[in-house]
Design a binder for this molecule. Structure first.
Ligand code: NAD
Ligand code: ZN
Length: 385
């Protein structure tokens, strides 16, 4: 490459959605385009990126993170645009899914320290809500999208595959965390994107009855269309509503909301759902917590509202003991689940893109964040092409 071209590449910029440390505000700005740093890196040109409920924790100023500013986003698909010399399995032009966290390579570090888009990684990892992103350990850290007929992805295929980068995997794994087996009954708390993905997974995996708990009418309607019994927790205690229909309780319950959940007065109260799950899960049943709990004790430059959260739960250990529950929590593993979930999408058995309500330009991201935060959007996808 001639020197002039190198300088041009180094100075190149791209549009990106930025977190600048101001609650309820994101901006779209020109930032430096990422370049290859290590031989095992690839650069991906985004075609679609989604806005996640996890981005809302940042947006509300309650989520700890690296010093601002940094590029938001950890859900996306695109095409490989550059590969380092050490990348063996990918070529320029390959369509790929970007899972929300990097492969660890040989670093053996904690998965959660390596998420894109500002989650606990020093901000240096980049985010998907931008035209380009650098992917470390690209051979293991990108999920190839199978060839589509005619070579080009349709809008609905693109929406399906972008869900595999995070929330379809998260909804799927929530069931595993709860010990789900075909024929089980399931109560899913939250009919946001993650709860609706858990519902989609529960249908595919043969749940006998599914209850979807929320208070947003539009989201409960989608859950009902997808085969769940809607439970509106503003109308009556959700535990009473579920127990009236399932006197022995449900065998599995899922938290698809996380620490910014609200009580019946719509005030944030972070222990409501765990209490509800303990009350509706049958003896010997299981609970899966994929809603995020990530609240630091005090406010900081990047989490200016952190201290409004309380992370304690009062629990009867005796009832927990005799409940004989399985209970698992944590981030999901889109890389590990990819072979199974990509095959389900490619064969048409799964179509998680059904939840996409808004396909937008990156310039409209600030407004999409505002509306998603108020639950006026079910799932927004930024289209770059
Ligand atoms: P979202 O904010 O759009 O949806 C949350 C839904 O929960 C809303 O519809 C809200 O009305 C509802 N809700 C609030 N309080 C409730 C209550 N007490 N009972 C029932 N429903 C209640 O977000 P989302 O995109 O669906 O994400 C949900 C959670 O999943 C977030 O915490 C997000 O960070 C987390 N998440 C975790 C992983 C993971 O790997 N574990 C991955 C992606 C997202
Ligand atoms: Zn996400």
């Amino acid at each position: 490459m001639a020197l002039a071209n190198i300088t041009a590449a180094v100075n190149a910029t791209m549009r990106a959605v930025l977190w600048e440390g101001n609650a309820y505000n994101v901006t779209v700005a020109d930032v430096p385009r990422p370049t290859l740093i290590n031989a095992t890196d690839a650069i991906v040109k985004l075609s679609r990126a989604a806005i996640c409920g996890s981005d809302l924790h940042i947006y509300r100023g309650t989520n700890p993170g690296p010093p601002a500013p940094w590029v938001l986003g950890h859900e996306g698909i695109g095409y490989v645009s550059e590969v380092g010399e050490g990348v063996g399995s990918l070529s320029v032009g390959d369509p790929v899914i970007i899972p929300f966290a990097t492969a660890e390579g040989h670093l053996h570090t904690d998965l959660t320290t390596q998420m894109y888009g500002g989650y606990g990684n020093g901000g240096g990892m980049g985010g998907t809500q931008a035209e380009f992103i650098r992917i470390p350990f690209a051979d293991d850290g990108l999920i190839p999208i199978p060839a589509t007929q005619g070579g080009n992805m349709t809008e609905s295929q693109a929406n399906d595959y972008v869900m595999v980068s995070d929330i379809f995997a998260t909804g799927w794994e929530a069931l595993d965390y709860a010990g789900f087996k075909a024929g089980d009954t399931v109560a899913i708390f939250g009919a946001g994107p993650v709860g609706l993905m858990a519902l989609h997974a529960a249908r595919i995996r043969g749940a006998s009855r599914i209850y979807s708990v929320d208070y947003v009418p539009e989201r409960l309607s989608i859950a009902q269309e997808q085969g769940a019994t809607p439970i509106n927790f503003r109308e009556a205690d959700p535990v009473e509503q579920i127990m009236a229909l399932e006197p022995n309780g449900v065998t599995r319950s899922i938290d698809a909301v996380g620490y910014e959940q609200v009580n019946r007065n719509l005030t944030v109260q972070s222990d409501v759902i765990t209490r509800n799950m303990l009350a509706v899960t049958s003896t010997g049943g299981g609970m899966g917590t994929v809603g995020v709990y990530n609240m630091p004790a005090s406010d900081s430059e990047v989490a200016p509202r952190a201290s409004t959260m309380d992370d304690t739960l009062e629990l009867s250990l005796a009832s927990f003991f005799f409940g004989q529950f399985k209970w698992q929590a944590g981030p999901s593993d889109p890389i590990g689940l990819a072979p199974e979930l990509v095959a389900l999408v490619a064969s048409g058995v799964a179509s998680p893109g059904f939840i996409v309500s808004d396909v937008i330009s990156i310039e409209d991201a600030p407004e999409a964040y505002r509306r998603f935060e108020r639950h006026e959007i079910t799932k927004a996808v930024i289209a770059f092409d």
